[in-house]
Design a binder for this molecule. Structure first.
Ligand code: ADP
Length: 596
């Protein structure tokens, strides 16, 4: 906890309104630039509405003076009351336009920020996602951007409004009643100093509250993401208690913050009205001596509340701007990350499908101390089918990820059609590789959308043909909605075997030269199994295929099997050759599986 608090303070220091920090906010400002005309129009309305309202205390004072028999350019209590109502009406109309215009700017610019963030995120390399939590990334695009939106729609307008009120209010009083103004201004510095001290504590505590809340949110995220595991372990109660403990911490810190805030607010109210009492007391003595009219005193007191209000408001804004700096930091951090090669238009080329790995060695950037692959050599001529076997953690998936250019190799090179993949255009390469993953997760749309994901412009006939080849047309055509059947979030409305066949149809439609099959670890029932196998056989025809083998039964037919152990190829050959080897790794794996 002590450490956490240390971090919180450090963060707090980081967010002070230094020049450097403000420049971070200006990084976000560029998203407002396209809407600058609307923004300035909003500012003009803001200026008008603030200035209009500032005439209110002055006219109100005149109303009182008129009542006590003094003359003014407008005479009669009723007429002046109407002027007051008119002032209010005009300022309401101005306020409406200012709110509307600022909302227009902030809604649109925040949409632009979200789009930039999102498109940047999806273009970032895998190493980025290895380092970050999904929930945390989501909160940047949701909460952080929302906070910036508040800042740019409300806080910024408030800032201008309060500054206008403060400057114009003080200036007006200086001109009309200088003596009383100096008296009033003398009381403010004390107020400001005390407010700043309180503000510091409150901000520190609200930062801690946010941290605790984020920690509690992680619990929710984890539980919901692995709800099946939680349920199968009857962990609902345990998780609820864990969440409760998290929230109790939030309440503890939040209440501490509330204590400070309560004390602060009561102090401010006391100080503000205390100031008014002092002004009224001094003002009343001026009135008694005939140095000031009652009406002037009334308008003076009204101005004082305006000015006091705007000083309190500026304190709030200071806190809000600090929060906004934190949020812009988190947003800009993502925008400054360097994306993979650009996904701009690329010429689709049909490749041949020769693959070779030459002396490849690799470590994941997040775990540089562990060499996951050592001296890997593979030669797969176009159209051949090979399997990667070996215990879990041996490096099979890593080989495939390197072929997809998800990571860069540290030693050796990978060639596709004789050209190093570092020279291949990323999209050209990937558009030639199809994958049927181990756990098929479909997107939440229709079956049609899921199959056509590989080829958005596919015709109805092409989609149906792919579905037929993938043995999935039988079940799709039985659904009342056919291809338009919605598969539910992540495809949960389909069975495992059906999901796999949809994924196979998708791969068939993509028609890649290279195919990667990550075999499902859990076996399907016998019927689904044979339907899936048939579909896979169809898919593999005339394609270079790499199978990540988990169950050995399915790889007997491949041209060659590479057996991996701790990142090295320890054996290679076809099933018969390898199974015969006495004491061979593969022979052992086969024996183990049979034992199971
Ligand atoms: P297999 O597919 O044979 O089960 P993997 O290629 O997935 O094995 O993993 C090989 C090794 O690399 C394992 O030790 C695993 O912990 C590690 N590894 C896999 N993915 C990552 C990653 N994204 N970051 C760091 N280490 C990883």
């Amino acid at each position: 906890m002590a450490k956490k608090r240390g971090v919180a303070i450090e963060e707090h220091e980081k967010r002070k309104l230094s020049k450097q920090n403000l420049s971070k906010l200006s990084g976000i400002f560029r998203f407002i630039l396209p809407y600058k005309k609307t923004f300035f129009l909003g500012l003009i309305f803001l200026l008008f509405s603030s200035l209009t309202l500032l005439t209110f205390p002055f006219v109100a004072g005149k109303l009182i003076d008129t009542a006590s028999g003094k003359d003014w350019i407008v005479n009669g209590i009723n007429s002046i009351a109407f002027i007051l109502l008119g002032i209010l009406l005009i300022q309401s109309i101005f306020s409406f336009f200012r709110v509307w215009l600022f909302a227009k700017v902030s809604e649109r610019s925040m949409r632009d920020i979200r789009i930039s963030l999102y498109s940047r995120m999806v273009q970032l390399p895998m190493t980025f996602f290895d380092k970050r939590r999904t929930g945390e990334l989501i909160s940047r695009i949701t909460s952080d951007v929302s906070l910036l939106q508040d800042t740019f729609s409300v806080t910024l307008a408030e800032l201008f409004r309060q500054i206008i009120t403060l400057i114009a209010g003080v200036a007006f009083l200086m001109v009309t009643t200088p003596k009383l103004t100096f008296f009033m201004l003398a009381t403010f510095p004390i107020l400001v100093v005390i407010a700043m001290v309180f503000g510091k504590f409150i901000r520190k505590l609200s930062k801690e509250t946010q941290d605790e809340l984020a920690a509690a949110n992680v619990i929710v995220e984890e539980t919901l993401q692995s709800i099946m595991t939680v349920k199968s372990f009857v962990g609902e109660d345990f998780e609820t208690k864990r969440y409760r403990r998290g929230l109790d911490k939030v309440v503890h810190v939040a209440l501490k913050a509330a204590g400070f805030r309560g004390a602060f607010i009561s102090f401010i109210i006391f100080a503000l009205f205390g100031g008014i009492v002092a002004v009224m007391w001094y003002g009343a003595s001026l009135v008694a001596r005939g140095e000031m009219s009652i009406g002037d005193l009334v308008s003076f007191v009204l101005y004082t509340t305006f000015i006091g209000g705007s000083i309190a408001g500026l304190g709030d804004i200071y806190g809000q701007v600090q929060k906004a700096i934190g949020s812009s930091e988190r947003v800009l951090e993502i925008l400054e990350e360097i994306p993979e090669e650009s996904t701009a238009d690329f010429q689709k080329v049909r490749i041949h499908g020769d693959i070779s790995f030459e002396n490849v060695a690799f470590s994941y950037p997040t775990r540089t101390e562990l060499e996951v692959l050592k001296n890997i050599n593979l030669k797969i001529p176009a159209g051949e089918k090979i399997a990667l076997a070996g215990q879990s953690g041996a490096g099979k998936s890593t080989i495939v990820q390197l072929l997809l250019k998800f990571y860069q190799v540290q030693k050796g090179q990978i060639l596709v059609d004789g050209k190093p993949i570092s020279d291949w255009n990323l999209q050209q390469l990937r558009s030639n590789i199809g994958i049927v993953p181990q756990e098929v997760l479909l997107f939440g749309g229709s079956i049609r959308e899921n199959i056509a994901y590989a080829k958005p412009d596919a015709t109805e006939e092409e989609i149906i043909e792919a579905a037929k080849k993938a043995n999935s047309w039988q079940f799709i055509s039985k659904f009342p909605e056919g291809l338009d059947t919605l598969v539910g979030e992540r495809g949960i409305k389909l069975s495992g075997g059906q999901r796999q066949r949809v994924a196979i149809a998708r791969a068939i439609l993509k028609d890649p030269a290279i195919l990667i099959l990550d075999e499902a670890t859990s076996s399907l029932d016998a019927e689904s199994e044979s339907l899936v196998q048939e579909a896979l056989d169809e898919l593999m025809k005339n394609r270079t295929t790499i199978i990540i083998a988990h169950r050995l039964a399915t790889i007997r037919k491949v041209d060659r099997i590479y057996v991996l152990k701790d990142g090295e190829i320890v054996e290679e050959g076809n099933h018969e050759q390898l199974a015969e080897k006495e004491d061979g790794f593969y022979a052992n794996l086969v024996r183990l599986q049979f034992a199971e």
